[in-house]
Write a protein that binds this ligand. Structure first.
Ligand SMILES: [Mg+2]
Length: 487
């Protein structure tokens, strides 16, 4: 029997008002609509359905390569079990399985993960949880495949790939090492304002090098040829002027004003929340080297991941590998003696900074969770307090940008300060700069006519949000100096 409801009011098309009010925002309900794997029009869908299984397949190939070179029975058996766990994860991804709690493997982030799953994602699966969380969760589960093993706890399935990409970036690597091998100093007899102008010009170009170094993200370049990678990495001057017009939200001039003041006013501490290992990390270090040598900064802190993350993200092992292979390595067989020497001396200087405490590498567990940075203040108060003491926190890359902006469908005209919520508005929030080549759906900070610009690009260049051709350099002033408070 069916009930006929002809006398009730007709159903209305209900308009939801965004952004949500702050008290109703949580990891399953971002301020603007979330991207979820089941939205077939989104990059989230392509990632969850195709890209992640491909990445996992390649990771399994890597482990098999290692397995084939192992001779100890106990280690072989142990590694075979890691592969079986990876196969299970692949199955779960394929079957859109529910997100189960993380096994207690002794990692510092287990409680953070399981609290978030219990509070917001009970019964959710890989496709209907917000994309950001589901994708992060996959990398945590991949970690678990090894962290519960006896001999392979620290194994990095992406390590070979990360090393390869740096080794294949030889042109750009030597372009920079031969330019920056000599410590920065001003020409003789320059007046003060001419010195400042020289520094400004260097800063602007290096900011772009640091920015476009982010184009090389292994998780997105799986189908790129070597030639395509090389053209992305080109660091020639003409190329930089041409690429500045691709920076759709561009606060570089304001960024210079901030950095310029640092030297005199505050003593200068800059923090980098890193993205990718290899060539991008190398570019970040060149940039940080200039900040130290010019005296603009006295201290640079680099924040990396505790374990392999989103394929190419920096771990402590990648950091050490870069510096040591610069100084001792034989990566570049076809390089000239001068080129090898320039890289060696640059590496020695960077190691010296580390010894002197001018450069510090850190790895807080919060960076490898599914939380966005809207929750950094609440879920990692120690980290927030630590960052609040920095003069400038530079977030590199797409994932950090997604986490800053809650990875949701905010209009492109949304101001960066609004899009990053408490990271701009909480008392004591540091100055935050996001340097990101655009590789996923969320795009904010394009200015008052940003919505039209975004629509036009959508029509003229479908795929503009994932190509890495466009970028943003966005700055938030924060509320530095104010006393940090926690509820
Ligand atoms: Mg990355």
């Amino acid at each position: 029997m069916s009930l006929t409801l002809s006398h009730l009011p007709s159903k209305k098309d209900i308009k939801v008002v965004y952004p949500r009010s702050p008290s109703t925002i949580d990891p399953n309900n971002p301020p603007w609509p979330a991207f979820r794997g089941y939205h077939t029009y989104s990059f989230a869908y392509a990632t969850m359905g195709h890209r992640l299984p491909t990445i996992l397949g390649k990771a399994i190939d890597d482990v098999i390569e290692t397995l084939n070179q192992e001779s100890e029975e106990e280690k072989v058996v142990d590694l075979v079990q890691c592969i079986e766990r990876m196969d299970k994860l692949k199955e779960d991804l394929h079957a859109h399985a529910r997100l189960r709690p993380i096994i207690d493997d002794g990692e510092a982030d287990v409680a953070l993960w399981n609290k978030e799953i219990a509070k917001y994602f009970q019964g959710k699966d890989f496709m209907n949880a917000p994309w950001l969380f589901a994708e992060a969760y996959k990398y945590r589960r991949l970690r678990e495949c090894f962290s519960v093993s006896k001999y392979w706890h620290h194994y990095d399935v992406f390590f070979r790939q990360k090393c390869d990409t740096f080794a294949r970036s030889n042109d750009a690597v030597f372009e920079l090492s031969t330019r920056f091998v000599e410590p920065f100093k001003h020409q003789e007899g320059l007046a003060d304002d001419a010195k400042l102008e020289a520094e400004r010009l260097m800063f602007m170009e290096l900011t772009q090098i640091c920015l476009w170094g982010n184009s090389t993200d292994l998780s997105l370049l799986i189908n790129m040829t070597e030639e395509q990678i090389k053209s992305l990495q080109s660091t020639g001057g003409e190329n930089l002027a041409a690429t500045e017009k691709n920076i759709l939200g561009n606060h570089m001039a304001r960024l210079w004003e901030v950095v310029k003041e640092m030297r005199n006013k505050t003593g200068g501490r800059v923090d980098f929340v890193l993205d990718n290992a290899g060539f991008e990390l190398y570019c970040d270090c060149v940039y940080a080297d200039f900040l130290i040598q010019s005296g603009l900064a006295k201290e640079v802190r680099f924040h990396g991941k505790r374990y392999p993350w989103f394929v190419s993200d920096v771990t402590k092992k990648d950091w050490n590998w870069l510096l040591n292979s610069m100084v001792y390595g034989h990566l570049f067989r076809n390089a000239s003696d001068q080129e090898v020497e320039s890289l060696r001396r640059l590496g020695l200087r960077w190691k010296q900074y580390e010894q002197e405490g001018k450069w510090v590498y850190e790895q807080h567990p919060f960076w490898c969770t599914g939380y966005t940075f809207w929750d950094l203040h609440n879920e990692a108060p120690d980290l927030f307090l630590h960052l609040s003491r920095s003069d400038l926190v530079i977030f590199k890359g797409d994932l950090n940008h997604r986490k800053l902006t809650y990875d949701c469908a905010a209009p492109s005209s949304t101001e960066f300060e609004v899009a990053i919520g408490p990271m701009a508005s909480a008392a004591g929030a540091p100055r935050v700069c996001s340097m990101r080549t655009i590789k996923s759906d969320v795009v904010v900070g394009l200015g008052s006519d940003g919505d039209e610009l975004s629509e036009r690009l959508e029509k003229e260049e479908p795929g503009w949000k994932i190509s890495g051709k466009y970028a943003v350099v966005l700055l938030s002033e924060g509320r530095p100096g104010e006393k940090v408070r926690f509820a």
